[in-house]
Write a protein that binds this ligand. Structure first.
Ligand SMILES: Cc1cc2nc3c(=O)[nH]c(=O)nc-3n(C[C@H](O)[C@H](O)[C@H](O)COP(=O)(O)OP(=O)(O)OC[C@H]3O[C@@H](n4cnc5c(N)ncnc54)[C@H](O)[C@@H]3O)c2cc1C
Length: 449
């Protein structure tokens, strides 16, 4: 329903709760088929920055708190809150590329895999997320684990500026030099950011010459050996390799419960690739793998396809996660229980060897650790919610004493509050919010007022 009396200019579209089209739009804002029973008063679909300004002003006039949605891949549906105005900026998806300067700009509604493809045509690269359809809006604000992310850092480190609409409805540019408080906050505050991003300005990189992966898989009976090995080699794995262990009830090459060891690599030459993957090929576990491939060359689209079979559309998902540096003997009891209770595919567990360098730029993003463990429950039927919806949160709650925090990529804060930035940075975020959004015009993280 187009409501012209609202001060939302030309191309923006507005749907009031109860009006025709509202529920269809509300549901369509979610990628997760488990759409929460939370109902904004108004949904505005913005097409331009002017629409965004008008929507923010509309929210102020009507006293509506704002939730923002770019690609709708928040597992928890963070943008869907009761009451308030839901501002859908998925229509802001323009990309510009400056090959010579190695710079790009992108609207928040552009999917990372599409951005990667556009950059690739210019032999350029950006650490976009691992899954198709995840949009840069939410991805960059929460940090961003992307391809080649161990070498390039969380993707937010490659954001050099942002075009924003503030809680006053003012358009501002934020960078290290201008509105530096907002620039600091935008790199890591994720679903608690208190402006609307209408454009990201990015540093982009030369495309790595060689991309591909090594692969091994093992039956679940080898679980303990595989995790011991991964924990031991983790700190020495070259930054050009993202070592991932995926536990599933249908591991490739096993045909049943097991662990896939997937090691994507991004390198300049064949020699570098070979050296980087030596830890896999020399692993004492290798000869007993159910399936083993020393190196499979793969383009980025192929890597995306490989990952996506763990994340089919039209499923109901519930996720949770933890950062840890705990010794493997402490982690194993929790991992065993996870394995015993793991729901059927596409549910799975991700162990990501992150091992970050000690120095990072000053930004809100501030909690990371050697290992990232994320649990993804995925199922089809609503009637199975009782069986699977609490699995990830329950297992992570049990392992909480071993966690140093959680990552906003797979947050479950509404159900299980956890530390996602340092307490110093949380206090600083609260101060900046107090200055920039004193009336709390934007929703904060779920589970927190
Ligand atoms: C299948 C799948 C795979 C994933 N893979 C990865 C991965 O490989 N690496 C990784 O790091 N993460 C990954 N994620 C997590 C994902 O990056 C986050 O959920 C991210 O928030 C999604 O961004 P979005 O724009 O699509 O989502 P949205 O749901 O639209 O955004 C999430 C939140 O960010 C805020 N936000 C979004 N856009 C704006 C904006 N323009 N202005 C202000 N605030 C905004 C809002 O609070 C919003 O609720 C994955 C998620 C899914 C569902």
């Amino acid at each position: 329903m187009l409501t012209s009396h609202l001060d939302v200019p030309h191309e923006g579209r507005t749907f009031r709760r109860g009006a025709p089209g509202y529920e269809e739009r509300r549901r369509a804002t979610m990628w997760n088929a488990r759409v929460p029973d939370r109902y904004p008063e108004v949904i505005v679909q913005a097409r331009t920055e002017r629409d965004v300004v008008a929507a923010v002003k509309l929210a102020r006039r009507e006293g509506l708190r704002i939730g923002v949605r770019s690609g709708g891949h928040s597992w928890a549906g963070n943008h869907l809150r009761d009451g308030g105005l839901l501002l859908d900026v998925s229509g802001l998806d323009e990309v510009t590329i400056d090959r010579k300067a190695r710079r790009a700009t992108t609207g928040p509604g552009r999917a990372g895999n599409e951005l990667a493809e556009m950059l690739g045509r210019h032999s350029l690269f950006f650490p976009t997320g691992h899954c198709k359809g995840v949009c840069v809006g939410g991805y960059l604000l929460q940090g961003g684990f992307g391809w080649h992310g161990r070498a390039l850092g969380p993707a937010c480190m490659s954001v050099i500026g942002l075009d924003l609409v503030t809680a006053d409805g003012e358009r501002v540019y934020a960078s290290a030099e201008e509105n530096a408080d907002l620039y600091w906050a935008a790199r890591g505050s994720g679903p608690g950011f208190f402006c609307v991003v209408t454009r990201f300005h990015l540093r982009v990189y030369e495309k790595p010459e060689v991309t591909g992966f090594a692969f091994q898989s093992f039956p679940m009976s080898r679980m303990e050996d595989v995790f011991r090995w991964a924990r031991a080699v983790g700190p020495s794995v070259p930054a050009s390799v993202e070592l991932q262990l995926v536990m599933t009830r249908n591991a490739t090459g096993v045909g049943g419960p097991g662990i896939e060891v997937f090691a994507p690599v991004f390198a300049g030459t064949a020699r570098e690739t070979f050296d980087a993957l030596a830890f896999m090929n020399e692993s004492a576990l290798g000869p007993s793998a159910a399936l083993k491939a020393d190196f499979i060359p793969a383009t980025l689209p192929l890597l995306y396809s490989a990952v996506m079979h763990h994340y089919p559309d039209d499923h109901r998902y519930a996720v949770d996660n933890m950062w840890t540096h705990a010794p493997i003997d402490d982690l194993l009891p929790g991992l065993r229980k996870i394995a015993e209770t793991l729901p059927p595919p596409p549910s799975h567990v991700l162990w990501l060897n992150w091992a970050p360098p000690p120095d990072r730029p000053d930004m809100a993003f501030s909690v990371e650790d050697d290992i990232y463990i994320a649990l993804y429950a995925g199922w089809r039927r609503e009637k199975d919610d009782d069986l699977y919806a609490s699995w990830a949160g329950d297992r992570m709650r049990e392992m909480q004493p071993l966690a140093s925090g959680c990552q906003l990529a797979d947050e479950n804060l509404g159900k299980r509050p956890a530390r996602f930035v340092t307490s110093e940075n949380l206090a600083r975020l609260d101060r900046i919010r107090g200055d920039r959004d004193p009336k709390h015009s934007f929703h904060a993280w779920m589970g927190r007022p």
